[in-house]
Ligand binder design. Structure first.
Ligand code: ZN
Ligand code: ZN
Ligand code: ZN
Length: 256
């Protein structure tokens, strides 16, 4: 595996932080780490760059990091906060003059074909997104020079794809992981895991569950993502976390 760099493009839950029309302390915070676009990361080696999920903020996420080229898109699951920005891939199509490689499981592929039907029709309107779909399952696959190992996790009753890339594991939108899939995570040096808020939630790990899972898996470094305004101020919550565990924030970047 080549060395890779991970960059958080967004670290917020589906509503983003601040949330529209909310006057809570987190939504009104002047700390930039409390401003969270919807959750996504960019993965880069020297020769390959892809994002995991195209959020409703995808366009702005690309603009604010001045991204000029994208090799592929990889999807975790079909919820709107993870796929809604796909239409904006048109800019990359325009400049690269080729279709974008898209990696998704059957569930996400079905949603993409439904929600972005115009990109898949036989008689396409000029300028619609050009997509080259690659169906993935639980088998490892390559994107450029990067090997990706899918990890199936549960989001209430929906299977969601987590990914292990070298010693890095990315899991969002989960509240349960089967033992067989946990084995794929063990040995990672860094994990990103969703931690929505302190209160229990039916389809997301809460803060306590996420901390316990990191300890159970024995991963030395963890960043939590998909954060709700209900979790609290970044600075306060981050200070309460055990050694080796931190809240992520938009723009945070590290190498593995
Ligand atoms: Zn989500
Ligand atoms: Zn709020
Ligand atoms: Zn979801």
């Amino acid at each position: 595996m080549p060395p890779i760099r991970i960059t958080f493009l967004g670290t917020g839950t589906s509503s983003g932080v601040p949330m529209i029309a909310c006057d809570c302390a987190v939504c009104l915070s002047s700390d930039p780490r409390d401003n969270r676009l919807r959750s996504s990361v960019m993965v880069e080696s020297a020769g390959t760059r892809f994002v995991i999920d195209t959020t409703p903020d995808f366009r702005y996420q690309m603009l604010r990091l001045k991204i000029r080229h994208m090799d592929a898109l990889l999807f975790t699951h079909p919820h709107k906060d993870h796929i809604a920005g796909l239409d904006d891939v048109r800019a990359f199509n325009f400049f690269s003059q080729k279709p974008m490689d898209v990696y998704a499981n059957y569930l996400t592929e079905e949603a993409l074909r439904r929600d972005f039907y115009y990109a898949f029709s036989d008689t396409k309107y000029p300028g619609v997104p050009e997509l080259e779909l690659h169906l993935i399952d639980k088998s490892p696959f390559m994107i450029g020079d990067i090997t990706v190992i899918p990890i199936e996790v549960w989001h209430l009753r929906m299977p969601v794809m987590g990914f292990r890339i070298g010693d890095f594991t990315y899991i969002t939108d989960a509240n349960r992981i089967e033992d067989s899939e946990k084995e794929k995570i063990r040995g990672s040096s860094i994990i990103v895991l969703n931690a929505l808020r302190k209160e229990k939630h039916i389809s997301h790990f809460n803060l306590r569950e996420a901390i316990d899972l990191v300890k159970e898996l024995g991963v030395p470094k963890a960043y939590f993502t998909h954060i709700s305004h209900q979790l609290g101020l970044h600075q306060e919550i981050n200070a309460e976390l055990p050694e080796g565990i931190e809240l992520s924030y938009d723009g945070l970047t590290f190498s593995v």
